[in-house]
Design a protein around this ligand. Structure first.
Ligand SMILES: Cc1cc2nc3c(=O)[nH]c(=O)nc-3n(C[C@H](O)[C@H](O)[C@H](O)COP(=O)(O)OP(=O)(O)OC[C@H]3O[C@@H](n4cnc5c(N)ncnc54)[C@H](O)[C@@H]3O)c2cc1C
Length: 649
């Protein structure tokens, strides 16, 4: 008699963000029965769309598709491809136009000839060689990070001590800032700004972000910025479809209230929905914001406060939030490219006010995206849709400020005459005209008068765009929606409204980032040392957890998404989905289908049976410092031995 067929393992995924949908599809393709529960009526989370009945379409969050290899890899490992699924990726050229306050602009491009002209214009002929040097360094950052960080899990302190990783640690320049490294290659302030603002995408100031993150500039310059026709959500839509074909079930409008653990609190056994229904599963994968999940979904008991571990997470540095405007325009504005960056004159101060003081800065650097410039389907014919992302500090717990005596516009819909940013006309106040004399901005608190804040930001942004580009958007706006830190928090349960999750400073990445296997709190470790969320607490936690081994985990519970390893951004969350799916399958003793089909990053497959012109012949000369050092050591050794022999003789 043959054994009965083993019961199909079940998984519940909380949240249909990029991390959740990609993990769900991978688990289903490996044979699990998967149910995805999503609180909203739509999938994608931050990577979703806003549409109007009049035909405007906006990407609610991401608009820059970077590191395309992770997108291709995900679909190919699911047995399909972006092309087969009907996703057309369109390359954006130029990458950006960067507008400065002095009236100058810099056009960033992945076209070498165009970049040569632009770089030499500001840094002279030798500047080009330095630019190539910058690219070479950023290339190392990129390749080493992809191979040793994004495609590898960091499950404990031990993972960080892997020789294969440690060997490359200093090549990544994690202890210098993006700004510091750029200063070696770019000798003008203008180009230092041009090549550093990108760390905003990690929700960090270039003055604090580890030098490693020049890999973002690298992927933009060497692989290009792409846009999926139909909107960024197309990628998620197709992940959902592929998953459904493999048996994944999606339940929208279904909020999870708690993750249910067994009596000892050692293992996740299912979830309880807000409706009270309890659903059981062998595995629970959480894709809701990680800090929110530890604070709310894993609170020790009904109406109990958060655990000390959840408290320590809530005190870790987080990325920024944003005030985002979604504008439908009555006509096209050819003066704007698909991607436009407006850099603040007080560059460092504008970052300090967001990331150190957590303010809505007086004069922010901001990003303007015109999706209809790349994909006409984003707006009605002859019109444009525009998204403006103004990075601001995340929400802070602060008392309500005293009411301002100055009047503010209470909504952002007025199409009025615009003023210069420095104009303090009381009918149209700017952020600077209302921020207290002691600080360059306004504090984003929960009880802030957000409509008033949005109106202030709106005036500041519109007048900056007008003064730098000559484009007067205000009279063209026929549709307007906004997201602010409170909206981000409420819509997607994002802790502190931080749009990119936990910070990516050194002590918040690698093994220091919350692990993809859920951590079980420890009264001893999370007590006074861990509570402050400081560096000491994190080191103590890691060392202590090494000793706790399996008892330091909640079995059957995994974390995927922006605040878990490897981190934020759509491609990085896709990489996270891969790592988590592999971890789940490994823990269940199941096979990982995509591993069996051969390792290696998709897109790098060499042609079978190559020969003749394609034979790889590595030159024999010495081209690496390790080889030179070995040769010099050998020569030195031979010389010493020779001398010794001479003297002895
Ligand atoms: C304004 C903005 C601009 C960005 N720009 C870019 C960009 O250009 N390029 C890029 O690569 N990245 C960008 N990002 C970052 C990127 O969007 C995120 O890193 C990524 O989408 C996060 O995915 P995630 O898997 O963590 O899931 P999330 O998007 O956080 O999704 C989690 C899901 O869980 C759901 N959920 C929460 N709580 C519950 C609950 N209790 N029950 C059930 N469901 C729940 C939420 O509704 C949500 O759908 C941007 C983000 C923002 C906000």
């Amino acid at each position: 008699m043959t054994d009965p067929k083993p019961r199909q393992k079940t998984a519940i995924v909380i949240g249909a963000g990029v991390g959740g949908t990609s993990t769900a599809a991978r688990l289903a393709s490996a044979g699990l029965s998967v149910l995805v529960l999503e609180k909203n009526s739509f999938t994608g989370g931050r990577c979703s769309l806003l549409t109007t009945p009049t035909g405007y379409r906006f990407d609610q969050g991401p608009s820059l598709l970077l590191l395309p290899r992770f997108f291709h890899q995900t679909f190919e490992e699911l047995g399909t491809s972006l092309a087969v699924e009907g996703v057309e990726l369109r390359k954006c050229e130029p990458n950006y136009r960067i507008w400065f306050g002095d009236g100058e602009a810099f056009e960033m491009s992945s076209d070498l000839a165009r970049m040569k002209g632009e770089v030499e214009k500001w840094e002279g002929r030798e500047g080009w060689e330095r630019y190539l040097g910058f690219l070479q360094e950023a290339h190392r950052h990129y390749e080493v990070s992809v191979e040793h960080v994004l495609l590898k899990n960091f499950t404990s302190l031990g993972s960080m001590l892997r020789v294969s990783f440690l060997r490359h640690l200093f090549e990544l320049h994690p202890f210098e800032s993006v700004w510091g490294r750029a200063g070696r290659y770019f000798w003008t302030e203008r180009l230092r700004r041009v090549f550093t603002f990108g760390s905003m995408y990690m929700g960090m100031s270039p003055f604090d972000a580890p030098g490693t993150y020049s890999l973002l500039q690298y992927t933009e310059l060497c692989e290009g910025i792409w846009y999926p026709v139909g909107g960024f959500h197309k990628v998620v839509e197709k992940l959902v479809e592929v998953g459904e074909r493999k048996g994944v079930e999606y339940r929208l409008n279904t909020a999870v209230e708690r993750i249910v653990l067994d009596e000892k609190g050692e293992r996740a056994v299912g979830v309880r929905l807000e409706s009270g229904e309890v659903l059981k599963a062998d595995v629970v994968v959480n894709n809701s914001d990680l800090v929110y999940a530890y604070t709310q979904l894993l609170a020790p008991a009904e109406n109990a406060g958060p655990t000390p571990y959840a408290e320590s997470l809530a005190q870790r540095p987080a990325s920024c939030s944003s005030i985002s405007f979604y504008w439908g325009l009555s006509e096209k504005v050819p003066g704007l490219e698909a991607h436009n960056i407006f850099l603040a004159d007080e560059y460092k101060e504008s970052f300090d006010s967001i990331f150190k003081k957590h303010l809505i800065p007086d004069a922010p650097s901001f990003y303007v995206n015109v999706p209809s410039r790349v994909d006409a389907s984003a707006a009605p014919e002859g019109k444009d849709s525009v998204v403006v992302l103004v990075p601001v500090g995340h929400l802070v717990d602060a008392p309500a400020p005293p009411p301002s005596s100055k009047p503010v516009q209470s909504n952002g819909h007025a199409n009025g005459h615009l003023h210069d940013t420095k104009d303090t006309n009381p009918d149209n106040p700017t952020i600077s005209s209302l921020s207290p004399a002691t600080q360059p901005g306004i504090q984003p608190t929960l009880h802030q008068d957000w409509p008033a804040m949005i109106a202030l930001a709106r005036t500041t942004i519109l007048s900056t765009i007008l003064s730098r580009t000559g484009v007067d958007l205000a009279p063209l706006i026929v549709h307007e929606e906004t997201n602010d830190p409170v909206t981000w928090q409420k819509k997607f349960n994002l802790d502190r409204g931080a749009i990119l999750g936990l910070s990516h400073s050194f002590f918040n990445v690698l093994s220091f980032r919350p692990s993809t296997r859920a951590r079980r709190g420890s009264p001893l470790l999370d007590g006074w040392v861990g509570k402050g969320g400081g560096v000491l607490g994190r080191v103590a936690e890691l060392v202590g957890d090494l000793g706790r081994g399996e008892s330091g985990r909640i079995k059957g519970l995994y974390m995927v998404g922006a605040s878990a390893h490897p981190g934020t951004g759509v491609p990085i969350c896709l990489a996270g989905g891969r790592l988590v799916a592999e971890q789940v399958l490994g823990d269940l003793g199941m096979r990982v289908p995509w591993r069996e089909e051969g390792e290696g990053v998709v897109g790098e497959k060499r042609k079978e049976g190559k020969g003749g012109l394609d034979v790889v012949e590595r030159p024999m000369w010495l081209d690496g410092w390790t080889e030179w050092t070995s040769v010099l050591v050998l020569i030195g050794w031979a010389a010493v031995m020779g001398l010794l022999a001479l003297f002895r003789g």
